[in-house]
Write a protein of this length. Structure first.
Length: 523
């Protein structure tokens, strides 16, 4: 261990100079091989252990005293870039993409010994390898991307009398499954090669039923995780410059993308794995390290913490941070860096300072979509929605300058805007724009005739056009959507039977290939 201690001191001097915010390094341990996935185990005596996969083995590290992290055991396995580990009760379950079967290790004897066995025969199935594994609260293990069938989700019961003899339950085999999350009788799959995530009823493991399927923002769905209350999903696409997506899944017939988070907007860093911890999100980025996001407002994700473990420049590449485990009862966070090893961190869970509003074109009396909102001097950048609304935030309370930019509009900079922790500041921008040069296919625009009945307080709209109309949104000048109507027709009469106060409103129409707006006045 003298060699490891010497390397530890050397690396601490290096990594503490890296970018960090609201996260502190408590301990560090390098290894002789490149590492990959990471998980953890808490023993009956409250000692905490890191389970770190490497390209050649599984490392078991005592992290009860983070500053003196100690490698206790190494279980060898087939050489593989991918080695994934999860726990259930007192056992660790490990898979890799080369072969050797399912590694099952008994953790209950730590720190003294570590009995283990490799299992390759599961009922009538010859199981050799898998890309990933997830284990639910009932002791059902999902072996993902395995050598069985179409490499979907191979489901086994590990909550059996003999822990070294898991029982086959069923297979979801419609698509290749790269990663998954399961809770109760529902399986959430990341189907990377199909670019989708699916929500699957597995109450009958022998006959899984797909309830919903959605394409993620960059159509390369690598990882998926569910919020505590089960209403929201987050995903990563393993592509340069991709996002962490957050979806509202309360209505499986109408899954909504609420927001997209990018650690450095416009950068080519690659997100890998994301995890919910209450109303916070941890995400591992290969070359960009670990990020901590405030997700209390699900439609306004704001980075509040970061720790960069990698000496590589922030750009496309598969070196650096592989995974993170934020669920230790001590509150410590452990993460694995492929080249650097194991990091033990502490996080400061602050709330973000929020900013929202609407951008409005006073020349054409219409909201401005795709306007860039930037908190100057910070890595925070968002774009307005179809109705001109935006939401953005920053980690620290302070005075900021906020820029609104659109190539067809006059740039506006609001100076000394006070943003405060856990408070949503309203800031609207009024500009004037010239969109004449950007309008195309104007002959296809629908003829819109609008008449209102002030006595009954409704607006009747007659539409006559070639293109398919999808939505009509009624927006007030504060950027609030008063009413939304899904049309799905090319000729319709719409009644927005909302009681309206006097004032100016904007009707936004979303067609197949363009959007247009009309101003109405309620006297």
């Amino acid at each position: 261990m003298k060699k490891l201690v010497g390397i530890l001191l050397f690396h601490v001097l290096i990594v503490t100079t890296k970018a960090q915010k609201n996260m502190d390094l408590l301990g560090y341990l390098p290894f002789d091989a490149k590492v990959n996935d990471i998980w953890a185990y808490r023993a009956a005596d409250n000692k905490e252990y890191a389970l770190v996969g490497s390209e050649i083995s599984l490392y078991v590290v005592d992290i009860s005293n983070p500053s003196q992290a100690t490698l206790l055991f190494e279980i060898p396995g087939d050489t593989s870039i991918w080695r994934d580990v999860k726990t259930y009760q007192d056992f660790a379950y490990v898979v890799n993409e080369t072969g050797g079967g399912l590694l099952i290790a008994d953790l209950s004897h730590l720190p003294d010994s570590l009995p283990y066995n490799y299992v390759s025969q599961i009922d009538n199935y010859d199981f050799q390898k898998a890309h990933n594994i997830f284990i639910d609260e009932n002791g059902v293990a999902y072996l993902l991307g395995s050598n069985i069938g179409n490499k979907g989700a191979f489901m086994i019961n590990i909550n059996s009398p003999n822990p070294y003899q898991p029982e086959f339950l069923g297979i979801y085999d419609e698509l290749y499954v790269h990663d998954a999350y399961a809770r109760g009788d529902t399986l959430y799959t990341a189907e990377i090669s199909n670019g989708t995530f699916s929500i699957i009823d597995v109450s009958n493991k022998a006959l899984p039923v797909v309830l919903a399927r959605q394409t993620s923002s960059r159509a390369f769905t690598h990882n998926i995780w569910l919020s505590d209350e089960g209403n929201y999903l987050i995903t990563t696409d393993e592509k340069a410059g991709a996002f962490v997506d957050i979806y509202d899944i309360q209505d499986l017939n109408n899954i909504q993308l609420l927001d997209q988070y990018q650690t450095m907007p416009g950068d080519s860093a690659i997100p890998h794995n994301c995890f919910f911890l209450g109303d916070y999100i941890f995400t591992s980025y290969y070359r960009n390290g670990l990020t901590l996001v405030d997700a209390h407002e699900k439609d306004n994700l704001v980075e509040i913490g970061a720790y960069d473990s990698s000496p590589f420049h922030s750009e496309a590449g598969f070196q650096g941070n592989w995974g993170v485990y934020p669920y230790l009862e001590s509150g410590h966070i452990i993460m694995s860096d492929r080249e650097e090893g194991l990091f033990i961190l502490n996080a400061n869970y602050t709330r973000a300072s929020y900013l929202s509003g609407v951008v409005f074109d006073t020349l054409n009396m219409r909201p401005v979509a795709d306007a860039q909102i930037q908190i100057i001097g910070e890595n925070y950048l968002k774009y307005t929605q179809f109705d001109g609304t935006y939401k953005i935030g920053v980690a620290d309370s302070a005075y900021y300058d906020i820029r609104m930019y659109h190539p067809n509009c006059r740039t506006i900079i609001e100076t000394n805007v006070l943003l405060e922790t856990a408070i949503d500041k309203l800031l609207n921008f009024e500009t004037y724009c010239d969109f004449v040069s950007s309008i195309s296919n104007t002959t296809k625009e629908a003829e819109l005739s609008i008449r209102s009945n002030p006595e009954d307080n409704y607006i009747e709209i007659q539409l006559d056009g070639e293109e398919f109309l999808h939505f009509v949104h009624l927006v007030n000048l504060q950027g609030q959507v008063v009413k939304s109507v899904e049309v799905k027709a090319n000729n319709a009469i719409i009644q927005l039977k909302e009681i309206l106060s006097s004032g100016v409103y904007i009707l936004n129409f979303q067609f197949d290939s363009y959007a247009t707006s009309k101003k109405i006045i309620k006297y």
